[in-house]
Design a protein around this ligand. Structure first.
Ligand code: O7M
Length: 211
């Protein structure tokens, strides 16, 4: 079954915990990025730890190998289970994230193509395909690919095979969850759940679609 990952991009710690708790029966993981961590602190990982769900740190890590390693070590020490890294900084840099993740018993996912319109400026023309190959070479646990372009997911699936594909861009960005859920291992949903009048109901609806 395709996983449902809640992208918890709210700025208030209490609200973040409330939404995650409400959605928790219907979701498989929680993705936390800069908005919430900068607003609430890295301790948010501990606050959400009681949910018993994997916590994914979406820091899109993109630095030299040594700095990447230092960042990822902090991520896992804070209680996260997975980290997301960019691949465009090169094989050595991405490999440092994968190594740090695996040394901590965690996972690392590599962004190979983004979901917004401007992403086509640099990711198209063969770059995303090269990044997908890089993710395979680095033994990353999976890739991030755009729900807004299901045709591109299919192209990237040819490269990564059975490696996990997690896909943001459904709902608020226009991607169709019914189509995308058939192509990927997990859909990542933010605003369509956390901005819904009742996040628990919205999460249940997405959980129903992905089956
Ligand atoms: O459902 P949304 O649009 O409210 O939120 C989508 C989340 O996925 C949000 O946290 C984005 O930063 C993230 N995301 C994208 O929307 N597009 C991408 O190409 C990549 C990501 C992402 O999660 O990268 C790891």
């Amino acid at each position: 079954m395709t996983e449902l990952i809640l992208s918890l991009d709210v700025l208030d710690r209490k609200r973040a915990v409330e939404i995650a708790e409400a959605a928790s029966p219907c979701i498989d993981a929680v993705k936390i990025g800069y908005p919430l961590v900068l607003a609430a602190g890295l301790g948010i990982a501990r606050d959400l730890g009681g949910l018993g769900l994997p916590l994914i740190a979406d820091f899109k890590v993109a630095d030299i190998p040594n700095t990447n390693r230092l960042i990822c070590e902090q991520v896992f020490a804070a209680g996260f289970d997975a980290v997301i890294a960019h691949g465009f900084t090169g094989t050595d840099a991405a490999r440092a994230c994968v190594a740090a993740a695996h040394d901590s018993g965690g996972a690392c996912y590599v962004v190979v193509e983004m979901s917004h319109p401007g992403a086509t400026e640099f990711f198209h023309g063969g770059t995303a395909e090269r990044l997908a190959n890089l993710a395979v070479d680095c033994r990353a646990d999976g890739i991030i690919a755009p729900a807004t372009r299901p045709d591109r997911i299919s192209v990237l699936r040819e490269i990564v095979g059975s490696k996990a594909i997690y896909s943001p861009g459904v709902g608020a960005q226009g991607g169709d969850p019914e189509i995308v859920a058939r192509l990927v291992d997990g859909i990542i949903v933010g605003r369509s759940i956390y901005e819904a009048p009742d996040p628990a109901v919205a999460a249940r609806e997405f959980a129903r679609i992905r089956r």
